[in-house]
Design a protein around this ligand. Sequence first.
Ligand code: ADP
Ligand code: MG
Length: 388
Amino acid sequence: MSKKTIKDIDINNKTVLIRCDLNVPIKDGNIEDDNRIVKSLETIKYALKHAKHVIIMSHLGRIKNEEDKKKNSLKIVCDRLSDLLGEKVYFCTYDEDIKNVVQNNKIVMLENVRYFDLDGKKESNNDEELSKFYASLADVYINDAFGVSHRRAASTTGVSKYLESAVGFLVEEEINKLSILLNNPEKPFCIILGGAKVSDKIGIISNLIEKVDNIIIVGAMAFTFLKAKGMNVGKSLVDEENIEYSKNLLNKYSDKIILPVDVYVSDKIDSNDKVLKNINEIGNDDIAFDIGPKTIENIDNVLKQTKTVFLNGPAGAFEYDNFSYGTKEVLKSLKNSSAKVIIGGGDSASATIKFGYKNSFYHISTGGGASLEFLSGKDMPGFENIGE
Ligand code: ADP
Ligand code: MG
C-alpha cells in the first residue's frame, strides 16, 4: 500500500485539517508518555511552514458520559503541543465560532472529537453530517492518525470523502515500515508473539506463517499451545476456544514453532514470590506468569541468526516487576542482534519504552490494534478515500 502524502498535495496558503492520534496515557492529570505527540510533530511542523492555518484534531479515551468528557479534554495535550512546538496552539471548544477562531490563529486544536459520541456515537460511527462539518472547516485534510485508521470514523474515513486528502509523515512511515514485513522481509524472518490471547493474533499468524522461518510463542499465549500439545499448564491463562486452532498449527508447522521450555510460576499475579519450573513440571495449582532463562537462551540463539523480527506481545506479565524478566530479556536479545526489529501492539510498545529501548529498534508502531490489522492483511478504512 502506498498513499498520497502531504508533500504530494498543494497546501500552500490553505487551511489544513490534520487528524492526529494524540491519545496519550494520562494519570492524575499528568501526561505519562508524550510519545504520540512527539511523533506527530513532523507533519504539524511541515504544515505550519507551508499552510495558512492549521487545525489539529484527535480523540482521547472513550466518551460515554459527561464524566468522561471532563476526564478526557484535550486541553492538557494542547498545552504540551504548544510547549513542544514553542508556539501557542489555540485550544478551541465546540461552543466557539470555530471558523472565526481559525481565521484569527495560525494553529488551533479542536476539543476531543469523541465528544460527538455522546450524540449517537456520531464520531465513531462515521456520521455523514459530522464528516461534512469537519470538512467545512478546511481546504485540505491530512490523516496522520495511524492508530485509529483500522476503524471507520467521521474524523478519518468520513471527512476525507469531502476534501482533497493525503496522509501525514507518521502514517507514511508506518505504512512503509510495516509493509516490509508483508512484502519481502530479509530472511531469516522471525516473529515473536506473546501477550494475552491467541484470538487477537490469529489474523497475523495466518497472514505471515508462510513467510516466516520461525515463530516464537511466549506470554500467556504459549499456554494455549502447550495445552494443545497435551501438557499440564496448571492454572495458567488458556484461550480454550483456540486450542483446536493451536493444535492444527502445531501439526502443520511444528518445525517453525518455538515454545517455552521453562517458566516462572506463582499462585497470584501480584505475588512477590516465584518458582522456576521446567515446562513439564508445572503443577495443577501453578500459574505461569513469565518465561525462564533456558527459554531466553533458545530465543537468543534464534535471534542471533535472524535478519528481520516482528515482536507483538510481551513475554510475561511485565506490568509486575516480579514477572518482567522475560520481557526485558527478549528486548535485550533483540537489541544485541543485528536484525531489523519492528514492534507492534500497544502493550509491547509501552513495555519497550518503559524498559528503556525507545531508540533501539528500526520501528515501534504507534498503532496497537491498527498495526495488527494492517499486518493481518486487512483493509484500512481510514485511508480508503485517500489516493495512491
Ligand atoms: P499487545 O498490546 O502488545 O498486543 P497483548 O494486549 O496481547 O499485547 O498482551 C499484553 C498483556 O499480556 C499484558 O497485560 C501482560 O500482562 C499479559 N501477559 C503476558 N504474559 C502473561 C502471562 N503469562 N499470564 C498472564 N498475562 C500475561
Ligand atoms: Mg494490548
